[in-house]
Design a binder for this molecule. Structure first.
Ligand code: ZN
Length: 351
């Protein structure tokens, strides 16, 4: 990944280039973003830049041996940690990221803007929560204690440190605090408030900003077909739901709740909640006469305008609040049929 391929966040990219050029490379960095805004892409471009043998014009060359290894995510000194669980794609009893590295590489090389739900699906653990367990810490400490294969930096890109338990953090702490020479940790989080304080406090933090409308469209257009299919499935579900609610069709509304609960994984259900939250924000913006800051595809304009005219003044605020509560409950493994029946019922009543 080169910086020139990054969508949005030019200021963050520039700050990373400056850090590398000036030699002030933070040995522990925490990038936090709303899911899908490109923190992983930035981290990959940064590490590629640091290790490029032929940097030019504030970017890596994309051609030297190190850049070519980075493009395939097979650089021997760059390691990846991400939440895993037992599943059909690995026979390991205590799986670590290494058990699924092949699937991670396929996913991240094709689309570094992937979501947590995409990752769960790629490694075949859709129905489980991914975790970063203590076996992972042991594996990383082992890898970092070996001499670097190449001359440049060794890096650990740590995706979703909020999924790490205390024991894992304790094991890693010393390494994060005093890493071997020319070694850096980059943590990428979607929930900085959930990252253990012992880790958080040792990192330089960088905010990766939300993408604007045009940048979001570019990310969407770049994604593999299956992601666009997901967008269509979510949009169909959301419009069926809003049409049923505004038509005062309770049975239709409850059927939509069942269809959401039947999405194949908890991560997918959460992804739908994020999607629906964004759609409701768009409705709210139209109601507030601010359509220019809503993120609306031209072909969906009529749908949004029509729904906005049929919703009451408090519908959007209440619904966004209810959706947030549902996301928290999904994380606590509450039965999804009950959750989504309750959610659509509340939306039906607050119209
Ligand atoms: Zn290069």
């Amino acid at each position: 990944m080169r910086f020139s391929e990054i969508i949005g966040n030019a200021d963050v990219a520039k700050a990373l280039v400056n850090m590398a050029d000036s030699g002030r490379v933070a040995h522990a960095m925490l990038m936090y973003e709303n899911e899908g805004c490109g923190a992983l892409a930035l981290a990959l471009a940064y590490v590629q830049y640091l290790n490029c043998g032929n940097r030019r014009d504030g970017d890596s060359c994309g051609e030297c041996p190190s850049c070519r290894q980075m493009a395939k995510l097979i650089h021997p000194d760059v390691h990846f940690v991400f939440p895993v669980n037992k599943g059909p794609k690995s026979s390991d009893d205590k799986p670590t990221s290494e058990s699924y590295i092949k699937y991670w590489r396929e996913l991240a090389a094709a689309d570094p803007y992937f979501t947590e739900a995409d990752l769960q699906k790629a490694i075949g653990i859709e129905s489980k929560n991914g975790l970063i367990a203590v076996a992972e810490a042991k594996s990383i400490i082992g890898k970092l204690s070996l001499t670097a294969v190449a001359d440049g930096y060794k890096a650990v890109i740590f995706y979703l440190p909020e999924k790490m338990n205390q024991e894992t953090a304790n094991r890693l702490l010393k390494m994060v605090e005093e890493p071997p020479v020319n070694t850096l940790f980059i943590f990428i989080t979607h929930a900085p408030e959930k990252v253990l304080q012992t880790i958080f406090s040792r990192c330089q933090s960088i905010r990766v900003m939300p993408l604007d409308k045009e940048e979001t469209a570019r990310v969407r257009a770049m994604k593999p077909t299956q992601d666009r299919e997901e967008y269509n499935v979510f949009m169909d579900l959301f419009s069926d739901l809003m049409n049923a609610i505004t038509a005062r069709d309770l049975m239709g509304t409850l059927e939509c709740g069942e269809a959401i609960a039947a999405l194949e994984s908890r991560e997918k259900q959460k992804a739908f909640c994020t999607f629906a939250g964004n759609c409701i924000r768009n409705i709210y913006m139209i109601q507030q006469n601010l359509p220019q800051i809503a993120d609306i595809d031209p072909q969906e304009q009529d749908f949004y305008s029509s729904v906005a005219s049929r919703c009451g003044a408090n519908f959007c605020a209440r619904s966004m609040n209810n959706i947030e509560k549902v996301v928290a409950m999904i994380d606590r493994n509450v039965n999804s049929k009950i959750l989504f029946t309750d959610l659509v019922d509340r939306m039906f009543l607050s119209i």
